[in-house]
Write a protein that binds this ligand. Structure first.
Ligand code: CA
Length: 495
């Protein structure tokens, strides 16, 4: 018997799979009767798991050889694997005629992509092919690639990044991210970021579908606009929470949530918790823009953001509305029962109470809250628990009682009036924005808010909303922006 590796190279790649082959010959001088050849395979891989071997080890009557085909079925290994086939005793033919009774086929580890790629389904010249590792073979919808990413599979490598080319992705079902993966946009040579977010749209088209459901604490979404999505229904928490994004743990960063849940009123839904974003499970929303989202119902909580834990930081939250008919409607910009809202600019939001924010628990820190309005109380913030610190709550309006806050209980080191207090480090003076009319809420050099904040541990090394150092000069400023005040006068010496 002689065995040759007549196709010594094999590889799992999709498609096609590159098979290997062993051919077992008998000597030309041998019998022409059918001969069954025993064989053994040795190597680090397991038949049925890593490959399958098909064919027959019987050399038929009158035939000179038989072929065994080796088909790789597993891609998740590293390094090449060698499989050696050894012929042994034949049941009706003497062995040992030939010394060439061994041959090897090598299964090569394919070059795995570092990421799954996605393009819009209108992109020309693309033939979607697993594993979507090049732009020419990219997936044409985000969910398809997300489903593969992070999954431990016998037939797919574990790749933890999905990169999505800029464009508009019209969805017909929510994008569900259940694994601890990173999903990021890509455009102009840059990954993620707010710049790409404005060109990479997840568009619900007004259908009654959520945009993103993120349910893994290790997941990160970076650089998308989520727009025109609607809360699926009005009956269960999952139905009426997070029309744009439902984030359980994980990170949403550099994203824009806009124009979500705008049909809530026409659908007469009973509840809304987070028309733009629902934040729970200790997740983080960072460097995002949350605008023009809607809450509706007798309990419209958080047209922009509803959060019961986690961190909302360095975000702009504006022009969200609670179009509600009930007095429980509160917190058009941010409704929080826990967690931390930090270093955010919250403006132009409209509600029944708490136009900018409702704080029922947790901490609101270093925020600038202006030009919001409420129809009954707390045009800026309605404080029912928790704390507001190092913030500016000013120039908000109300149809009822207090334009800025319903109470000063829980307010510290902040600038506010109606009501205002000089206790607990608070001040009531005009904060002197650079341009209130022009919407520039940075502080003039002469602002009374400069250096009047109170240090908190997170500020060390942190940036303000504009990306400048959070602490400058003699101490931290109140509000979302830090102003650097140059030393007075420069001594010029003449002689
Ligand atoms: Ca300062």
């Amino acid at each position: 018997m002689t065995v040759n590796a007549t196709d010594p190279d094999a590889q799992y790649k999709v498609p096609p799979i590159d098979t290997g082959a062993y051919t077992i010959y008998r000597p030309v001088t041998a019998t022409n009767e059918a001969v069954t050849v025993n064989y053994a395979l040795s190597g680090s891989m397991t038949n049925g798991v890593h490959y399958t071997l098909s064919g027959s080890a019987t050399i038929g009557a009158g035939a000179a050889s038989t072929v065994l085909t080796l088909t790789p079925t597993y891609v998740g290994f590293g390094g090449n694997a060698v499989l050696t086939l050894t012929t042994g005793a034949a049941n009706n033919y003497p062995v040992g005629i030939s010394p060439s009774d061994q041959a090897t086929v090598t299964i090569a580890a394919p070059a795995l992509p570092a990421e799954y790629l996605v393009v819009t389904n209108g992109t020309p010249g693309v033939t979607s092919t697993e594993p979507y590792g090049t732009w020419a073979t990219a997936a044409k919808d985000i969910q398809t690639a997300v489903n593969f990413a992070g999954a431990v599979s016998a037939t797919h490598p574990t790749i933890n990044t999905v990169t999505v080319s800029n464009g508009t992705y019209n969805i017909t079902a929510q994008i569900s991210i259940t694994n601890g993966i990173t999903v990021r946009s890509f455009g102009n040579g840059v990954y993620g970021g707010l710049g790409n977010a404005s060109n990479t749209m997840v568009n619900g088209g007004g259908g009654y579908i959520r945009g993103l459901l993120v349910s893994n604490t290790l997941a990160t979404v970076d650089g998308f606009t989520i727009q025109r999505c609607e809360q699926p229904d009005k009956n269960t928490l999952m139905d009426y929470s997070g029309a744009g994004v439902w984030l359980y743990g994980g990170v949403l960063q550099n994203c824009i949530a806009q124009d979500n849940n705008r049909q809530a009123q026409s659908r007469n839904v009973n509840y809304t918790q987070g028309g733009g974003v629902y934040l729970t499970g200790g997740g983080t929303v960072s460097n995002c823009v949350i605008r023009r989202n809607v809450g509706f119902g007798p309990s419209a909580w958080g047209g922009g953001v509803y959060m019961n834990s986690g961190l909302l930081t360095h975000c702009q939250v504006y022009n969200n509305t609670n179009s509600a008919y009930g007095s429980l409607s509160s917190g058009a910009g941010v409704y929080m029962t826990g967690g931390t809202t930090r270093n955010c600019l919250i403006y132009g939001n409209i509600s029944i109470t708490g136009g900018g924010a409702y704080v029922g628990g947790g901490a609101l820190q270093s925020c600038t809250i202006v030009t919001n309005s409420a129809s009954t109380d707390g045009g800026g913030v309605y404080l029912a628990g928790g704390t507001v610190s190092n913030s500016i709550v000013y120039f908000n309006t109300v149809g009822g009682v207090h334009s800025n806050l319903n109470t000063t209980a829980g307010l510290g080191n902040s600038c506010a009036i109606n009501p205002g207090t000089n206790a607990n480090g608070n001040i009531t003076d005009n904060p002197l924005f650079t341009s209130l009319a022009g919407g520039d809420y940075t502080l003039k050099n002469t602002s009374p808010c400069i250096d009047k904040g109170s240090y908190q541990a997170w500020m060390t090394g942190a940036k303000d909303l504009a990306g400048n150092l959070r602490i400058q000069n003699a101490g931290v400023d109140m509000g979302a922006y830090e102003t650097y005040v140059p030393p007075k006068g420069t001594v010029i010496l003449f002689r």
